[in-house]
Design a protein around this ligand. Structure first.
Ligand SMILES: Cc1cc2nc3c(=O)[nH]c(=O)nc-3n(C[C@H](O)[C@H](O)[C@H](O)COP(=O)(O)OP(=O)(O)OC[C@H]3O[C@@H](n4cnc5c(N)ncnc54)[C@H](O)[C@@H]3O)c2cc1C
Length: 459
C-alpha cells in the first residue's frame, strides 16, 4: 500500500478515506471529461480544519499530489485527478460559521453550496450576489478557487469582489487567515485576493468570509428580446453597454439551447428564434421603468423581432431557468466541450459571427449561452458520443475560438478558470514575465509542487 494511504488511514476515520474503484472513478474528474484524468489513489473526505491539515501534512511528507475538490462541477478540468494523486474533498464541510447582520458579512466552510449560503443569509434580510448558473450544485470553496461569476455579476461583481477573508491551509500544513473583516483594509499584500482564482494551486480554502448586500431595495423588471440572428443579439449587447447601462443581468441563449431545454423540460419556451436576450434591471420605481425602456429601445434598434418588457415574474423566471438548464440539457445530446471566452462587450457581435463561421468550417454543432453583459461567451461544442472524427473537429474549433477571442482583445477564461483545458490558451495569453511571476508565487508557497500540480497556469 502506498505510504500516503497508510498515513491517511492513521489520520482519518475509515469512512473518511475511500480507495474502492467506484469512488475513485466518481472523483476522477470534474465536469470536463475532455481534459485528461485518471482515478486517484484514494479520496479523503475532510470534515474539519484539523482533517485538512492532516491530509496536507501527509501529502507533504510523501510528496503526493493533492487535488482539492468541492462539488466537481468545474468545467475546465481543475479538479481532474492523476493516478498518483489523492483527491481531497471538502464537500462535507457544510457549516455556516457566522452571519453578521450588522457588518453584512458571512463566513462559511468551503463545502457550503452557493444556494445554501444565499438561503441562509436571506433569512437575515441579506443577499450574497455571486450566482453561477451552478449555484444549486457548486460549493463556496470551488467558487472561490475559480473566481466564479454568474448571471448578476455584470452589475454586482464576481466572487473576488465579494471575498474579504479566507482561512487557508498552506502546502506545508500551516493554517493562514488572510484578509480582513472590516469594510476596507490595506495591511500587507492582498493575499485573500491572490488566493481567489488560484484553483487550489496555492492553498486549500477551508473557510471564506464574504461581503453581503441588503436583500431589500431592488425591484426586478425583465426585458426579453427575440432575435433573428446571433449578430443582431450581439449588437444589442454592445449598444446597451455603450450607452452606459449596467443591467442586473444580461444573458444570451440561442436556439440550440432553447430546443435542448424544451426537449427535456416542460417549460413552454419560445421556438424559431436564433437567440433570446434576457435582461433584468432592478432599480426601483420610475428609474427602473426608464432603464427598462432604454434597454428595450436598444434591443429594437438592433433588429429584435419582438421585445417584451416587464413580462410577468413567472414568465421571466421560466426563461432564466431555461438559461440555467441549458448546459445540462446540452449534455444530454453528447459530450460538451465548454468554452469560457470573454471579449470586450463591443466585440460581442464580431465574436458571435466568428463562432458561427468556425462551426461551419469544422462541421460541428456549437450552441451558445452567454453572460452577454460581461462579454463572457460560452460556445458549447457538442460531439456525438463515440464519434472520434467529430471529437477531433471539435478540438480544432475550440482552439480557433480561443484564437479569435484573443485577436479581439479577449481572455481565454472569464470565470471557469484555466484548469487543464485552457492551458494552451493561457500559454499564448500570458507573457513570459507574467508566467515567471506565477512560477515564483507557486514555488514560494508550494515548493514541493504538491497542490493541484499542472493546473491554473502553464509550465
Ligand atoms: C450547469 C453548470 C453551470 C455553471 N455555471 C457557471 C456560471 O454561471 N459561472 C461560473 O463561474 N461557473 C459556472 N459553472 C462552473 C462551476 O460550477 C464553477 O467553476 C464552480 O465554481 C465550481 O465549484 P465546485 O464546488 O464544483 O468546484 P470543483 O469543480 O470541485 O473545483 C473547481 C476548482 O476549484 C478547486 N477547489 C475546489 N474546492 C477548493 C477548495 N476548498 N480549496 C482550494 N481549491 C478548491 C479545484 O481543485 C478545481 O481546480 C457551471 C457548471 C455547471 C455544471
Amino acid at each position: 500500500m502506498p505510504e500516503i494511504l497508510q498515513l491517511l488511514g492513521e489520520a482519518l476515520r475509515p469512512d473518511q478515506l475511500s480507495i474502492d474503484d467506484a469512488t475513485r472513478d466518481a472523483y476522477a474528474h470534474d465536469d470536463a471529461e475532455w481534459a485528461q484524468f485518471a482515478p486517484p489513489l484514494g479520496v479523503a473526505f475532510a470534515e474539519s480544519l484539523t482533517d485538512v491539515v492532516a491530509v496536507v501534512r501527509a501529502a507533504a511528507a510523501t510528496g503526493t499530489p493533492l487535488v482539492p475538490r468541492g462539488a466537481g462541477t468545474g468545467l475546465s478540468g481543475g479538479a481532474n485527478a492523476s493516478a498518483d494523486s489523492i483527491v481531497l474533498s471538502l464537500e462535507r464541510m457544510t457549516r455556516i460559521v457566522e452571519i453578521d447582520e450588522a457588518e453584512r458579512t458571512a463566513t462559511a466552510e468551503a463545502g457550503v453550496l452557493n444556494d445554501a449560503l444565499r438561503a441562509a443569509v436571506a433569512e437575515h434580510g441579506l443577499w450574497y450576489p455571486p450566482d453561477p448558473a451552478s449555484s444549486a450544485i457548486s460549493t463556496i470553496g470551488g467558487n472561490v478557487a475559480t473566481n466564479a461569476g454568474g448571471l448578476c455579476c455584470v452589475k454586482y461583481g464576481v466572487t473576488a469582489d465579494a471575498v474579504i477573508a479566507l482561512t487557508v491551509v498552506l502546502a506545508d500544513g500551516q493554517v493562514a487567515r488572510v484578509g480582513r473583516k472590516t469594510a476596507k483594509g490595506s495591511t500587507g499584500y492582498q493575499l485573500a485576493q491572490l488566493l481567489v482564482g488560484s484553483e487550489g494551486t496555492l492553498g486549500i480554502v477551508v473557510e471564506a468570509t464574504v461581503k453581503l448586500r441588503p436583500l431589500a431595495g431592488r425591484e426586478d423588471r425583465a426585458i426579453v428580446g427575440s432575435f433573428g440572428s446571433l449578430q443582431d443579439a450581439g449588437r444589442a449587447v454592445a449598444a446597451v453597454s455603450a450607452d452606459g447601462i449596467i443591467p442586473a443581468a444580461l444573458e444570451l441563449i440561442d436556439r440550440t439551447c432553447l430546443d435542448a431545454v424544451a426537449a427535456w423540460q416542460q417549460l413552454d419556451l419560445p421556438t424559431g428564434q436564433a437567440a433570446l436576450l434576457l435582461a433584468k434591471v432592478d432599480e426601483p420605481g420610475a428609474a427602473g421603468e426608464a432603464l427598462a425602456a432604454r434597454v428595450a429601445a436598444h434591443f429594437e434598434a438592433a433588429g429584435a423581432t419582438s421585445v417584451a418588457r416587464s413580462v410577468d415574474a413567472a414568465d421571466a423566471d421560466r426563461l432564466f431557468l431555461a438559461r440555467r438548464l441549458a448546459y445540462p440539457a446540452l449534455e444530454r445530446l453528447g459530450p460538451v466541450l465548454t468554452e469560457d471566452v470573454c471579449v470586450p462587450r463591443g466585440a460581442v457581435p464580431e465574436m458571435l459571427a466568428r463562432i458561427e463561421a468556425i462551426a461551419a468550417t469544422h462541421a460541428v454543432t456549437i450552441a451558445n449561452i452567454a453572460h452577454a453583459g460581461d462579454g463572457n461567451l460560452h460556445p458549447l461544442i457538442i460531439a456525438p458520443e463515440g464519434d472520434e472524427a467529430a471529437r477531433a473537429r471539435a478540438k480544432l474549433a475550440f482552439d480557433e475560438i480561443v484564437d479569435a477571442c484573443r485577436e479581439l482583445g479577449g481572455t481565454v477564461t472569464g470565470e471557469h478558470g484555466v484548469g487543464l483545458l485552457k492551458l494552451p490558451g493561457a500559454a499564448a495569453e500570458l507573457s513570459p514575465v507574467v508566467l515567471g511571476m506565477h512560477r515564483a508565487l507557486k514555488d514560494a508557497l508550494d515548493p514541493q509542487g504538491i497542490l493541484n500540480p499542472g493546473k491554473a497556469f502553464p509550465g
